[in-house]
Design a protein. Sequence first.
Length: 176
Amino acid sequence: MTSLELYARHKALTVTLSGQEEMTAVSSLNDGIHIVEVTLVCRASTAEIISAQAKMIKYPWNLCEVAAKQITLIEGLKIGPGIRSEIERRIGKKKGCTHVVDLAIEAVRGIIQGQYRLRYLPTTREERINLVQSDMEGTCFSYSNPHLNLEATGDWAEGALLPEQYEELKRIMARN
């Protein structure tokens, strides 16, 4: 019997340092019915969302585009504890679009990862591993079992930036 794919969902996320004080996260979804893109710009020093936009490229109903415009209601929020529930309260359920909420929360996660990247880059490999273990303590199996042998795999512990990318980052950060 041949299988028939009934549904596929593809999500993507990129985070860039878009200025010495700004990080931009672009989160997108394509599930064949929707193509949606959310862009959040965050002030790096305060973790404040200074711009929030949703682009409805493909959507099933005329009101989807109207609902997506609610995303501006999250501008001014600071990324930190409770951000997910506050995003859902402001633009979720009957007030907005579930896909925009999902992508906004995903963009916030990306910005948090970007903040970690900025924090960890000027450190040595050993310092980076220790910082990550401290920051992530209790968040998943790997960070919840200190009695087990935890070893870094992949290149994340090395910083995972090409030398020219690292030089560009240092140049941007030096403008402060």
